[in-house]
Design a protein around this ligand. Sequence first.
Ligand SMILES: NC(=O)c1ccc[n+]([C@@H]2O[C@H](COP(=O)([O-])OP(=O)(O)OC[C@H]3O[C@@H](n4cnc5c(N)ncnc54)[C@H](O)[C@@H]3O)[C@@H](O)[C@H]2O)c1
Length: 421
Amino acid sequence: MTVEHDVRDLSQAPGGRYRIEWAERDMPVLRQIRERFAKERPLEGVRMSACLHITTETANLMRTLQAGGADVVLTASNPLSTQDDVAASLVSHFEIPVYGIKGEDNSTYYDHIKAALDHKPQVTMDDGADLVSELHKNRTDLLENIIGGTEETTTGVIRLRAMAKDGALKFPVIAVNDSMTKHLFDNRYGTGQSTIDGIIRATNVLLAGRVVVVGGYGWCSRGIANRARGLGARVIVTEVDPLKALEAVMDGFQVMPMMEAAPIGDVFVSATGDIHVFDRHHFEVMKDGAIVCNSGHFNVEINIPALQELSGQEPRRVRPFVEQFRMPDGRAINLRGEGRLINLAAAEGHPASVMDMSFANQALGAEYMLRNGDTLQAQVYTIPEDVDHEIARLKLAAMGVNIDTLTDEQANYLDQWQEGT
Ligand SMILES: NC(=O)c1ccc[n+]([C@@H]2O[C@H](COP(=O)([O-])OP(=O)(O)OC[C@H]3O[C@@H](n4cnc5c(N)ncnc54)[C@H](O)[C@@H]3O)[C@@H](O)[C@H]2O)c1
């Protein structure tokens, strides 16, 4: 009997399985956790609902939770990021209920979230806080079952902290994004590479010699800026935070307000977590053929309604994931992936090697929540530093990299304050 699901086509499962296994080869830390989980079963019988991008890497996280004994269901955390073959394989080969179809409309997206909550989770796992929001807004009847949750991304963590500050959050959540083995690597190297991958796959544009305008110089956006520069683009950074802007200047980027960058840029991409980084007044001065995309969590960084209004006509889908808006003066502005995460809409998201660490944090975060949930308040917590360091140690070992350890003399020296000149 097949487990409950709503996926595109179960006949795609064999291809999905090969790709899940391909990703697994690059996820040695998660594999070690899975082996331990299979022996110790720390999640035995625990009902979990996960709302994550349905990718090959997530599939390996689901297998890890299942090996630990969890009764887990998975729903998409974005209408465009689902890999349909992976969803099919999780259902067919791993008996994990999955709800997600690439390109699903908003109402299907929320029906899927509801289906995942009907599982009556004790632990939630979010990427963007959609499960937590829905639980607090519309499914308060389920709150009493919940031990705690985990949250993958910056935007989700910001929302949870706002909820905790207002006293609205009703259970503890681990901010996986705050682990150093997550944001220093996934956000920077993962988003950096996969965003460029998404831009290139969607347009086949040559970045060398082009002007790429990057909105923000946070962890994700600095990754994008650096990778674009590596491909020969002339990169302009825009920021609102003077420290980040100063870092960008000293890293050798041109920094200016978006309004000055708008008429110069060929490719625009932002990852700020903020709204309308690309707005009406920017579209008014962009060059003919400008390409605009987003790699921040929600599809709000680009003011798409303003773009639509300025154009006054329906966009043309000129390539998969590229919608072209004609302006009344004849200019064309190309929007990618409906303004949704370009790296997941048009490419495959982060490479497995970097998700290895993010999802090691998710798996260990869930275990930590189960062990400690009853002692935690309804607040946002980070994973203990020793766990973070252990993930880094395991990753280095898997990469065959050895490092020094402090001698006793050095440890003593670093611990004391008396010795000076
Ligand atoms: N594409 C992906 O796969 C992926 C992966 C991880 C995180 N994210 C998302 O990317 C976004 C950024 O995450 P992060 O970890 O880099 O956050 P961050 O806080 O490190 O960086 C955000 C930066 O944007 C700047 N900023 C805010 N508003 C701005 C504006 N109007 N103009 C210019 N700069 C502005 C901030 O000053 C900050 O430096 C979040 O929404 C996060 O959830 C996406």
